[in-house]
Design a protein around this ligand. Structure first.
Ligand code: 13P
Ligand code: SF4
Length: 310
């Protein structure tokens, strides 16, 4: 039987490849990656790595973003079906129609979008810099924030800008309800609560935090959640995002008790990548994600703005 770990290590050296993995990947994939992080961190590595091949263990839009940032590199996505329900909640025709009706508005797109949406956007952002990006836009401008309505509502509340929000959602985070947080917080009153701003529970959790002046509730990107869990003094940490993140949290702080708000909160797309598929992808140098150069150049401006800020 093949020892995938040894074979992958050898292929990586021979082909000058690196493996990038998102924080939601299965533990075995995270453990073979050269870098595990959030969308912003992974994009930054993709932009600056000297490796010839990037094996992207994440979802389709992430590999596309890497291709736009590094068009000279070969970007591999070990399973082409690894999509994203949030990215699928808007198509480019819908955006072009909206822009025709609102020609002066500024379009801010979350990184969880396809390359053609990014090409029609003024700014791209991730969960770790959405606030800073929107904050940097002129107060007088109308802004369209897309496609996540929960992240959009969070940004609207925090910035007080004139924001119109696209009604899209991620099926995993839309299922995360406030009652689950409330019940766990009652059960573990001394806990720190880490919430990804894509969660449906966001508005009510923000209200609860404000009303009770509760400083233990935080809205963070996946990587910032990991950082916060490390610096927190609480033993109990309630985690409102996809459960894959708990692997890295536990590795960094084995003595802490990480409590997912919903134990079945798995992103079926992220879980499509396996060690065997990573091996096959490296061996055959496929499937490759290559954004056509004209589209890539058009989308790059919005992505460069995202990489620069935050
Ligand atoms: P992060 O950028 O916070 O890692 O989030 C990516 C994502 O897909 C969340 O569902
Ligand atoms: Fe997309 Fe949601 Fe999966 Fe993130 S968790 S990749 S937003 S479907």
């Amino acid at each position: 039987m093949l020892d995938y770990l040894i074979e992958i290590k050898n292929l990586k050296e021979k082909k000058d490849a690196i493996i990038l993995a998102h924080n939601y990947q299965i533990p075995e994939v995270q453990d073979i990656a050269d870098f595990v992080g959030d969308s912003l961190g992974l994009s930054r590595i993709a932009a600056k790595t000297k490796a010839k091949i990037i094996v992207f263990c994440g979802v389709h839009f992430m590999a596309e973003t890497a291709s736009i940032l590094s068009p000279e590199k070969k970007i591999l996505l070990p399973d082409l079906d690894a999509g994203c329900s949030l990215a699928d909640s808007i198509n480019v025709k819908q955006l072009i129609d909206w822009k025709k009706k609102n020609p002066d508005a500024v379009v801010v797109s979350y990184v969880n979008t396809t390359a053609d949406i990014k090409a029609e956007s003024d700014y791209c952002c991730t969960s770790s810099n959405a606030l800073q990006i929107v904050q940097s836009i002129d107060d007088k401008k109308d802004i369209l924030f897309l496609p996540d309505m929960f992240l959009g509502a969070y940004v609207q509340k925090k910035t007080n800008k004139k924001i119109k929000i696209w009604p899209g959602e991620c099926h995993v985070h839309a299922a995360m309800k406030f009652e689950e947080i409330k019940n766990l917080k009652d059960e573990y009153p001394d806990s720190e609560v880490l919430i990804h701003p894509e969660c449906a529970c966001g508005s009510q959790a923000m209200l609860m935090a404000e009303r009770n002046n509760d400083k233990s509730i935080h809205f963070l990107s996946t990587e910032a959640m990991i950082g916060k869990s490390q610096e927190s003094k609480s033993k109990n940490v309630i985690v409102a995002t996809e459960e894959g993140i708990i692997h890295k949290m536990k590795k960094a702080c084995p003595e802490k008790n990480f409590i997912p708000i919903n134990r079945t909160s798995k992103c079926n797309f992220m879980k499509m990548i396996t060690v065997e598929k990573v091996y096959n992808s490296l061996k055959t140098e496929s499937p490759e994600i290559k954004v056509p150069i004209k589209l890539a150049l058009k989308a790059k401006t919005a992505i460069d703005r995202m990489i620069e800020i935050g």
